[in-house]
Write a protein that binds this ligand. Sequence first.
Ligand SMILES: Cc1cc2nc3c(=O)[nH]c(=O)nc-3n(C[C@H](O)[C@H](O)[C@H](O)COP(=O)(O)O)c2cc1C
Length: 137
Amino acid sequence: MAERLEVELARDGIGRDEIERQTKRSRARIQNAPLVILCSLVTEGLVPQRDERREALEWQMAVQSVGAVLQTLFLAASERGIGSCWMAAPMYCPEAVREAMALPPVCVPQALALMGYPSDWGKIRDRKPFHQVVEFR
Ligand SMILES: Cc1cc2nc3c(=O)[nH]c(=O)nc-3n(C[C@H](O)[C@H](O)[C@H](O)COP(=O)(O)O)c2cc1C
């Protein structure tokens, strides 16, 4: 995955030092996490569609479902005092992840959920106020 990240960042024109910083951080995050859950989309349940547009929508629904699963997982973890970090890195190199984990072709790796009890409070982010992100009509 780190190799893939290097390639993608280099393509974006990011400098050598920054690429090194980001890949090092990404590696350390995964290697130091007490628990790493790989979340994959399983194509088995997808319903064949009549055209490309519908196929794309079916796929989009499946991807949304993965997002919902992850969000639920993170909320349940948070309630138990467990911290989590979402990493989309496997999406960029599904073949490498499938091979490393000996997964069947129906599994399309989507995300890593890194989890563990936090050692500190981490960064406190400024959040946009509710009225700026929700609009009633
Ligand atoms: C959908 C999604 C995918 C993400 N994928 C990655 C990822 O692949 N690698 C990564 O380092 N951070 C990823 N992040 C960000 C981390 O989850 C985390 O929020 C962020 O790195 C916060 O720490 P930072 O401010 O120190 O970067 C992702 C976040 C979201 C919402």
